[in-house]
Design a protein around this ligand. Structure first.
Ligand SMILES: [Mn+2]
Length: 190
């Protein structure tokens, strides 16, 4: 099972494209949709992968969680393609509803997880490139990770946009622990 560590969220584009034929339910944790057509003249870069992946995966199989920085075009792309969105406020206000949804839609399904570390609230991730306030905390993430059905089967995962600045190891420790806790769930064990 491929586990990709980054680094650029661009990595997810190539890994998920390669796995798209297995039609996984894609669970994307991020502050951003990363659903722009292009950015600063670049078609494939850290803020565009999910726009271009919609050629290969159905929007109906994509769940974006923790979103709080987006634009009109990205929102229209998400709506037009039937993408499910739980923004950070929905997670904060009613995490039970998000957990229930995750549990239902992942039962007996192949799943792929794309985890951008900036899904976490800004104070947890001071090294990543585009941190955003009003994000998720580690207990919320853990609750959602645990909500995924044990009958699901993880076919791939990436943990991206993790940075290191000024020798501050805290963001890396959080990324490592998050990954470890996901990979310890029943759905990650073949
Ligand atoms: Mn992001």
């Amino acid at each position: 099972m491929p586990v990709m560590l980054g680094g650029e969220h661009t990595l997810s584009y190539y890994q998920l494209k390669a796995l798209a034929g297995e039609e996984p339910v894609v669970i994307h944790f991020d502050a951003h949709r990363d659903m722009k057509l292009e950015y600063e003249g670049l078609k494939i870069c850290h803020t565009t992968p999910f726009y271009h992946l919609l050629k290969y995966i159905s929007g109906k199989n994509l769940i974006q969680i923790g979103i709080r920085q987006t634009d009109k075009e990205e929102n229209e792309t998400a709506a037009k393609n039937g993408v499910t969105t739980f923004d950070a406020w929905q997670v904060h206000d009613d995490i039970g509803a998000v957990a229930d949804h995750l549990q239902k839609v992942t039962a007996n399904k192949k799943i792929y997880i794309s985890f951008d570390i900036d899904a976490y609230d800004l104070p947890y991730v001071s090294c990543t490139g585009t941190p955003e306030p009003f994000g998720l905390d580690p207990f919320q993430v853990l609750k959602l990770v645990k909500a995924i059905s044990p009958s699901a089967r993880l076919i791939g995962i990436d943990m991206v946009e993790v940075g290191l600045k000024n020798g501050d190891y805290r963001e890396g420790a959080l990324a490592t622990q998050t990954l470890y806790r996901i990979l310890s769930r029943k759905y990650a064990i073949p």
